[in-house]
Design a binder for this molecule. Sequence first.
Ligand code: SF4
Ligand code: SF4
Length: 213
Amino acid sequence: MNRDIDINEISDGKLYDAGDMAKLGVDDCSGCHACCCGMGESITLDPYDVFRLEKGLGKSFEELLALNLELRVADGIILPCLKMNETDSCTFLNELGRCSIHQFRPGICRLFPLGRIYENGTHKYFLQVNECHKERQTKIKIKKWIDTPDFGKYEAYIDKWHFYLKTITDRAAEISTEELKAINMNLLQKFYLTPYDISNEFYEQFEARMNDL
Ligand code: SF4
Ligand code: SF4
């Protein structure tokens, strides 16, 4: 989503590409789960996140919405996000304080404490220096850190999705409530509610849905 932030205030001042090394390594978070609590509606899910959850948990989007996800509105767009429970923790955090869906956790969880900054149809990464509760010592390649297969396809998809959402947020203030509602219903139906074929690759299915807008 669009955020007005001064990158220099929250980062180490550098911009990174996926092949760059950054100080990301922390000792397996040992005992800490601070970034899985009190996150409000900030962990938004993109369609690939939902595909991964549907495949990993064998649940439909509606079933996920009933327990683990909720819908939020930001910048005029309705999108799913991780739900926090009554103790303000992610519903996927287990009793040992570990992520119960680590293998198919959402993209924002994979990215943390990195962020992305988008420009000219693509993105760079920045390292948030005030977010993690532990000191990060070891340099790790960003691509390895994010730990997602077919990384070139993933990055191209991330850009496409971001700039598609931006076309909506850029218009949201100017169009009627009815038109914005119709756009949101179409977006939810097309990219989230319509089940993905989890036995096939995600990116082709995403492209087909984008081409059908
Ligand atoms: S705040 Fe840092 S150390 Fe704590 S769980 Fe999150 S990433 Fe791990
Ligand atoms: S999905 Fe996992 S890593 Fe992400 S906030 Fe929830 S428990 Fe933490």
